[in-house]
Ligand binder design. Structure first.
Ligand SMILES: *[C@@H]1O[C@H](CO)[C@@H](O)[C@H](O)[C@H]1NC(C)=O
Length: 459
């Protein structure tokens, strides 16, 4: 309860979270969800439009193909968004990027809102691409913005709110997509364009809140703005310790500029950090997500480890249940329970932690590039799983969970053996810990020695 109280004390921080979330990861969930309800209406629209243009109707498999283009435009846009998010976050700052990101949604809403009037289903595809771009940008920048703005003790819980907003978006999208609201035959253009509402809310709310203090100090070198942002975010608590920590981080990265993803791959000092986020964000994209305050109590490692082990366990039970489905009458209920347990294990552990991790294991200069890599993997895998899953089901039948099971087990092994705990540590402490790991293997070899390594052998 102590944590909750502390969070409630800093009202500005909570409002910042809401303002960032409503136009950020909320949109990701909302836009995934609203496309489901009008599927058949849009397919009919495609058929009708084609008939009017050419005089012949579309065959049903061509309609399906067009529809799958429309659906996959979203993750493709997301991938694009994830790639532009890095430079945006560095050049414009975290807050300004989030604000500007709404332009994509507004373009998307105009395109989809007028698509029926213009008799063009291509506009819907393009609109889905822009919607995806918006989600790609906010999925990367929002956790970074929030985790950088939060005090160390609350970093996990605050970054986890991103996942809650996604869940909220998913639910609200389902609700708005009900036939009684905007899910009717005639109202689908309004349903698709309704994502402009959260964008407008964010455009009016977010400008009132401060930019990430870390960005102001470390990227911009603007100490005064940093202090004033920090004061707004923390209320009247004592800032000196936190400011000192930030100044230390600023001194540590002095003279460096923000890195690009390629530089991360080349830098031996970042090898394990990179490996960790690559493994974890690849493992991420298996199912939905949820959120929990547990993260700051339990530590990151137990949540990831436990989450993936449980998921592996549930996947095994699920496969057994599926294969016995026809013989034993209560087996379908067991399979259903397994799916929920699987999603729950994912939501409590891996879903949230994976979003925070890039902020924690990379320093200020590498962070945007790290999120670019994570985000690209996330969207690429979403696309991959979405495309491949029907085929996996077709060829493996009851055993369609085997590939996911393998992923869960491998990820649990990776976390168990290689990932250090990052809970409650300052960014500098975390980077020291990784430094030891990155250069441990080389002390006995003839490989490259980092300057830190040489220094520590001299001491
Ligand atoms: C497309 O429209 C034509 C003409 O209205 C109709 O006969 C056909 O069933 C439609 N195709 C599909 C797949 O809905």
């Amino acid at each position: 309860m102590n944590k909750l109280q502390r969070l409630l004390q800093s009202k500005i921080l909570i409002l910042t979270i809401c303002a960032a979330g409503i136009g950020g990861t909320f949109q990701y969930g909302y836009n995934i969800s609203i496309i489901n309800a009008p599927t058949s209406y849009i397919q009919t629209f495609m058929n009708k439009t084609w008939l009017e243009r050419t005089g012949v109707p579309l065959e049903s498999n061509v309609i399906l193909l067009l529809w799958s283009f429309t659906v996959s435009a979203y993750p493709l846009g997301g991938l694009t968004g994830a790639v532009v998010a890095g430079p945006m976050a560095i050049v414009l700052g975290r807050k300004m990027s989030l604000l500007l990101n709404n332009v994509f949604v507004i373009i998307a809403a105009i395109l989809s809102g007028f698509s029926r009037m213009a008799k063009s289903f291509e506009m819907i595809m393009l609109s889905r691409f822009f919607t995806g771009m918006n989600a790609g940008v906010s999925m990367n920048i929002q956790p970074m913005y929030l985790a950088e703005s939060a005090p160390k003790k609350l970093r996990g819980a605050v970054a986890l709110t991103s996942a809650s907003f996604t869940a909220l978006g998913l639910v609200l999208g389902q609700v708005v997509g009900l036939r009684e609201l905007l899910g009717g035959e005639e109202s689908w253009p309004f349903l698709l364009a309704s994502n402009v509402v959260p964008a407008l809310i964010q455009l009016t709310a977010l400008p009132w809140f401060p930019e990430s203090p870390r960005y102001l100090l470390i990227d911009r070198g603007d100490k005064e703005s940093c202090i004033s942002a920090l004061q707004k975010l923390r209320g009247n608590s004592d800032l000196s310790a936190e400011l000192e920590e930030m100044l230390a981080e600023q001194a540590a990265v002095k003279g460096q500029r923000a890195k690009n993803p390629w530089e991360l791959f080349q830098n031996p000092a970042l090898r394990w950090q990179l490996m960790s986020i690559v493994v974890l964000s690849s493992a991420m994209q298996l199912c939905g997500n949820d959120s929990n305050m547990i993260i700051d109590y339990a530590g990151r490692r137990p949540l990831l480890l436990g989450g993936y082990i449980f998921m592996a366990g549930w996947a095994i039970v699920f496969m057994v249940a599926l294969s016995q489905q026809t013989q034993i009458s209560w087996m379908p209920y067991l399979s259903m329970a397994c799916i929920f347990a699987y999603i729950l294990s994912f939501g409590i552990g891996p879903a949230g932690v994976t979003g925070v991790l890039p902020t924690e294991v990379f320093d200020q200069m590498s962070r945007p590039a790290a999120y670019m890599i994570c985000g690209s993997l996330l969207w690429f895998n979403l696309f991959l799983v979405g495309t491949a899953f029907p085929f996996i089901v077709k060829s493996l039948a009851h055993f369609c969970y085997v590939p996911f099971l393998v992923v869960c087990i491998c990820t649990a092994l990776y976390v168990g053996f290689f990932l250090p705990e990052t809970k409650g540590k300052s960014f500098l402490e975390i980077s020291e810990e990784f430094k030891r790991r990155n250069f441990k293997a080389q002390t006995h070899g003839v490989f490259y020695k980092g300057p830190e390594e040489i220094k520590s052998t001299m001491l």
